[in-house]
Structure formats: C-alpha cells, structure tokens
Ligand binder design. Structure first.
Ligand code: APR
Ligand code: PHB
Length: 393
C-alpha cells in the first residue's frame, strides 16, 4: 500500500550521534531535514559507547544548542594516566596543550540531541524498515522505506548517510566507486558498567602482561571498566566476579586498593577494527561517521570523528543553501578524510602500544621502549596529548 511522499532538503539516514547532530545543526541554519532510523528510539538510547569528548565536539554540541546538561554533569579531565606493568604515569593535557577533554557518556549526548530535536519539532521516523536510496547521481535523489505496513518516500536535494558501519548508505553506491582500507585486530574489549565510584579521578589506560585494561567512568558514582579479551569469548562465561578477578592483577597497587566492585548494569564485548571507505561523497550522497570509518576504541575517537565530519558537512550544506556556493560540498570528502586518517593513525598507534597483540618478544620490547619515550620526552608526550584532546579542524 502506498503511504506518504514527503519533500525535504536533506534526508538523513540514521539517528545515531552523527545523524542527530547533523539534523540539529541544519535546523539551526534553517535547512529542512528528515531523519529515518531503522530502530526504535529506546533501542538507540540503550547502546553504551565511549564517553570522552574533545573540546571541538563540545563546541559543536553548544552550537547545536544541546550542550547545557553536558556542562552541568560532564566531568572535565585535565590529564590521563597510563599504567605500565603496575607503575602509573600521568600525562597532563592542560600543561602540554592548554586543553582539556570532557567525560560525558554518549548515551547522554544522544538523549540531549533527541530532546533538542523534539523541541525543534523536526521529524524523525523511527522503526523505518527497508530504507533504500535512489537516484544518487541525479538532481532529485529519493529515499524509500516502509513503516506501519506502508511504503513511503522522501524526495530531497541531498542524502546524508549517517547509518553506521552496518548501514545501507555505503552499500548503495557502485562498489567500483569506493575503496576500503581495513585492519582487524585479533581481540575485543569486554566492558562493564557498574554503579560504584571510579577507581581514580582520571582515566587509567593499562598495559599489562595479562592484557590491556581501561578504568573509565560516567560520573562520580558510575564506573566503566574494560579488559582485553579474545574474540572467541562468550559473554555468558563472564559473571561479574570473574571480570573483577581478571581486572585486579592488571592494576597498580593503589588502584587495586581503591577498586570498589559491584554488580554490573551492562556487560558487552566489542571487536576492535580500523576501517576507512573512500571517498565520502557519491553524487548527492554524503557519508558521515561510522558509515564511512571505524576506529578501535583506544583513545575514544569514534564519536569525535563523527562530530568533525558533521561539522564539515553542515557548513558545506549551509554554504550551498545560503551562499549558493558548491565549494564546501566539493571539498567535503577531502577535508573530512584528512582528519579521519590522522585519528585512524592515533587510534591504531594507541591500540598497538597498549594491547597484547603479538607473542613476539621484539614487539613487546618495542612497546616498552615507546612507552618509556612517551613518559620521558616532552615532545612525545605533547604529540600524544595533542591527538588525545583532538587535532584542529
Ligand atoms: N536504515 C536506517 N537506519 C539505520 C540503518 C538502515 N538501514 N542501518 C543502521 N541504521 C541506524 C542505526 O540503527 C543507528 O542508530 O543508523 C544509526 C547509526 O548510528 P551509529 O552506529 O551510532 O553511528 P554514528 O552516528 O556514525 O556514530 C558515530 O558514535 O555510536 C558511536 O560507535 C559509534 O563512536 C561512533 C560514533
Ligand atoms: C569509555 O569510557 O567508555 C571509554 C573511554 C576511553 C576510551 C574508550 C572508552 O578510550
């Protein structure tokens, strides 16, 4: 049965952080947009992901008008700690770069963006099935989908593919037009969320012979911990006690003493992957966020990269509609990819620096030499801090 045909300026596929933030920025520029999301709103809000926000991402959330709760509840971090075989070292972003980062969960950002969109009265279609993209290389692209048992269509000027790694947008372009670059790591992160006070006021990244660990947080009363695990791990084989027993020996004495264990409120395993699909524009389709690139979570660049893509894309679309200039759209892919590849490099580097990936003793010795250099050289520490707080746009 035929349902509605809607006309809008930009059809956005996916209501993750990339799609929601783009929608909000376009709305601020007076550009009409519709978001089509495969899942329900509750499902989108239920996903737990990283929670470290660069200054540039913070600024963009402010520009989108959704930063208030983040400034109230987010935790400003002036540095980070790295623990190598039981000895902890601190790197001060503030001293090295003059900048800080904000620890604020992605779930909260998604909620703030959803609330902002609802307040703006901008349309989002949740539970949209069979989303399909058409006529990408013509003047009038279309997106079709099914909802409520009916077929619907959105006619638009541009499509933003913000539908994540498994989305339909990237798969809709001729495969001969797209180049993919990938590194799959033979390991995953087993993460738990618990309502216990964090072990430290700053994040601790841990390199240990048993494998990587990370002590992170969501608030002064909610902790997030990860340990490196094999990809073959079954989550059901990890009752909470086993997780805590595996984490403890990887920590330094003080962290071990301060660790408060408790029941988990979420537990999941995430594989580690680096992936880039190039270019990010195909006719009137623009990819942004995980739809175009994935980083391993070491360094928490995923959300920040999605935000920088969206910043370039929102600017380019505003230039198109307001200044009648195609320059931003023409340069979008090149500008976004220049930043993407630097974050890919940093995330890959931090991952290989801190995980047990190889049994080769030479590789282990190189890791230790590089860490020693990082702690002793101001130049090396500054390079780390610059990347962690976010490279300039
Ligand atoms: N049709 C409509 N929506 C879809 C489809 C589809 N065929 N496929 C996927 N989606 C939706 C997903 O349900 C999800 O809500 O697109 C959204 C993509 O969101 P994310 O995967 O969060 O990707 P992105 O917005 O780019 O986020 C970037 O945030 O979620 C993290 O790991 C991610 O850190 C990265 C950052
Ligand atoms: C998190 O808190 O979930 C987190 C923090 C830092 C990372 C990855 C994840 O590098």
């Amino acid at each position: 049965m035929l349902g509605s045909t809607i006309r809008t300026q930009v059809a956005i596929v996916g209501a993750g952080p990339a799609g929601l933030l783009l929608g909000q920025l376009l709305h601020k520029h007076g550009i009409d947009n519709v978001i089509l999301e495969r899942q329900s709103g509750e499902y989108v809000l239920g996903r737990v992901r990283a929670g470290v926000i660069e200054q540039g991402t913070m600024d963009l959330l402010d520009e989108a008008g959704v930063g208030a709760r983040m400034h109230e509840d987010g935790l400003v971090h002036e540095g980070v700690q790295i623990c190598v075989d039981g000895i902890r070292h601190r790197l001060s972003f503030k001293e090295l770069t003059g900048k800080t980062v904000m620890v604020y969960g992605q779930t909260e950002i998604t909620k703030d963006l959803m609330d902002g969109r609802a307040a703006a009265g901008a349309p989002t279609v949740y539970s949209a099935d069979d989303v399909a993209l058409h006529d990408l290389f013509g003047d009038q692209p279309r997106v079709t989908y099914r909802a409520g048992g009916k077929a619907h269509e959105v006619a638009c000027d541009f499509i933003a593919g913000c539908d994540g790694f498994h989305g339909v947008s990237r798969k809709s372009v001729p495969q001969s037009a797209i180049a993919t670059h990938e590194r799959v790591y033979p390991l995953g992160w087993l993460g738990i969320l618990a309502d216990t006070p964090p072990v430290s006021e700053e994040l601790i990244y841990v390199r240990h012979a048993h494998g990587f660990a990370l002590c992170s947080m969501r608030s002064p009363t909610r902790s997030r911990y990860y340990i490196q695990c094999s990809l073959a791990e079954d989550i059901d084989a990890w009752p909470d006690d086993r997780f805590w027993e595996e984490l403890k020996p990887r920590l330094d004495d003080e962290a071990r003493r301060r660790l408060v264990t408790g029941p988990s409120i979420e537990k999941s395993i995430a594989p580690l992957r680096s992936f880039v699909a190039e270019p990010m524009r195909f006719g009137r389709l623009f990819l942004a966020g995980d739809a175009s690139h994935i980083v391993p979570p070491t360094g928490a660049k995923g959300l920040n990269l999605a935000a920088s893509d969206v910043r370039y894309l929102a600017q380019a679309l505003a230039e198109h509609y307001v200044e009648k200039s195609a320059a931003g759209l023409d340069h979008y892919s090149q500008r976004a990819l220049a930043r993407v590849w630097k974050a890919e490099r940093f995330s890959w580097w931090m991952t290989t620096l801190l995980h047990n990936i190889s049994d080769n003793h030479f590789d282990r010795k190189l890791q230790l030499a590089e860490l020693d250099y990082l702690f002793r050289s101001k130049a090396a520490a500054t390079a780390f801090a610059e990347n962690y707080v976010g490279l300039p746009y």
